[in-house]
Design a protein around this ligand. Structure first.
Ligand code: G3I
Length: 398
């Protein structure tokens, strides 16, 4: 597959022409080049268009989407590339898995590299998709130059300039920004629950407020989101972390800091405990503050699940079914994004950690499409969960 580094003007014009042609032909029931399906098996053909995740989610008033790698999009008009096709067909909202992080955007303290993000926006525009921004302030994936360049004197300006330049560039075109990512870490022992991150050390606890207030100035349209992981379950550790996240959000809200949503990452385990009443009551507490909730990074880790691919698929689908069944009835839950679309590209098969590598050496199958872009049992569990939420159509903001 060709992996172009950016969308050229000519490619964009050709793709745009094919896209609008595609829309017209689709109305006439004819498949165009851009909308052309890869060679379809019966499995594949029953999940496009009206049968897609995005269409079923829309009927329930939800956005459905996934994390993407913009370099993988094949933008040639007649492309049959399954990655490009599946993302275009299934998602109404996209998030960059890595392309909008500091390490991707900031090759040096004074320069920005936007080409992959521009490519993502071009692709989303062609396909009528919204975009989540991930992320503006995180303790991970800071560029190599950061440690030797950032000081207590310049950190405030580094953070605010980054937010102005990045969120400002795409202002008005972003559904929601993960303004601050993963700021709570209870084991660090602080009473406010904040993680001992570079930002905390350089700026102090007010860095969270500074990030949100700056993001609001840079883009007054995007819903400003706090995003975190390990807040889904009712284990003592996750309950404690969820409690600290809620306190942080309440503090921000009480001080009039602009915050509109909470992202629950939802990296779940196939054979771990299930989410339950604690998460439900957290979502309701968040609703009383007028905030939306997005499921931002859903996938199911099967590293500790013995058995065949079929056993994995069935356990993964069970977790999708139970989890979405629990969360989607909550009226402030507005979007469901998986962390990737197909098992061919998942961080769970890239990361070589004790908690990602299976003892039998088999690859994980955490997503709604397998490595051949055939829908898995998880796809149908998701679609059924969207259908079950149809009677709850969430048409207006809370
Ligand atoms: O791009 C470089 C490549 O040039 C280099 O040769 C290669 C060598 O290791 O590394 C490549 O970068 C990797 C990057 O993913 C792209 O594949 C980084 O090492 C690797 O650390 C990075 O991992 C990402 C991780 O965040 C850290 O940023 C994962 O893909 C991504 O899925 C993961 O996403 C996070 C969310 O942002 C926040 N929530 C948790 C989630 C999963 O960890």
């Amino acid at each position: 597959m060709r992996v172009p580094s950016q969308l050229t003007r000519r490619e964009f014009a050709r793709a745009a022409a094919m896209s609008s042609l595609g829309a017209g032909l689709a109305i006439a029931g004819i498949s165009s080049g851009w909308a052309r399906k890869p060679k379809n098996t019966p499995e594949k053909s029953r999940v496009d268009g009206p049968l897609s995740l995005k269409t079923h989610a829309a009927a329930a008033g939800l956005l459905a989407g996934c994390a993407v790698v913009p370099e993988l999009f094949d933008l040639t008009p007649a492309s049959n590339d399954p990655y490009t096709h599946t993302v275009a067909q299934q998602a109404s909202i996209l998030v960059a898995e890595n392309a909008m992080k500091w390490s991707s955007l900031r090759p040096s303290p004074t320069t920005y590299e936007f080409s992959n993000v521009d490519r993502l926006f071009g692709f989303a525009q062609l396909n009528g998709q919204q975009i989540r921004g991930h992320n503006l302030c995180w303790h991970e994936q800071l560029p190599a130059w950061f440690a030797s360049t950032a000081t207590k004197e310049n950190a405030h300006s580094l953070l605010t300039q980054h937010i102005f330049n990045v969120a400002g560039r795409y202002a008005g075109r972003v559904h929601s920004w993960d303004v601050v990512n993963e700021a709570i870490h209870v084991p660090d022992g602080r009473s406010d629950g904040l993680r001992k991150s570079p930002w905390l050390g350089l700026i102090g606890p007010e860095y969270v407020e500074i990030a949100f207030a700056t993001a609001a100035q840079a883009d007054s349209k995007a819903r400003l989101t706090y995003n975190d992981y390990d807040i889904e379950l009712d284990t003592p550790e996750q309950s404690a972390k969820r409690g600290q996240v809620l306190m942080l959000i309440r503090r921000l809200h009480a001080r009039g800091i602009p915050i509109h949503a909470v992202g629950i990452q939802s990296h779940l385990q196939a054979n771990g405990p299930r989410a339950g009443a604690g998460l439900q009551s957290f979502i309701r507490d968040v609703a009383t503050l007028g905030l939306e909730v997005y499921i931002t990074e859903l996938d199911i880790n099967t590293h500790a699940l013995p058995g065949s691919p079929e056993v994995q698929d069935s356990a993964v689908a069970d977790v999708y079914r139970q989890y979405l069944g629990l969360l989607l009835p909550e009226p402030n839950v507005r979007a469901v994004l998986t962390w990737g679309i197909s098992d061919a590209h998942t961080w769970l098969n890239q990361s070589k950690q004790l908690w990602t590598v299976r003892p039998d050496g088999a690859r994980q199958r955490p997503l709604p499409f397998d490595e051949n872009y055939t829908p898995t049992a998880a796809f149908f569990a998701m679609r059924d969960a969207f259908d079950a939420g149809r009677h709850l159509v969430k048409s207006s903001a809370i």
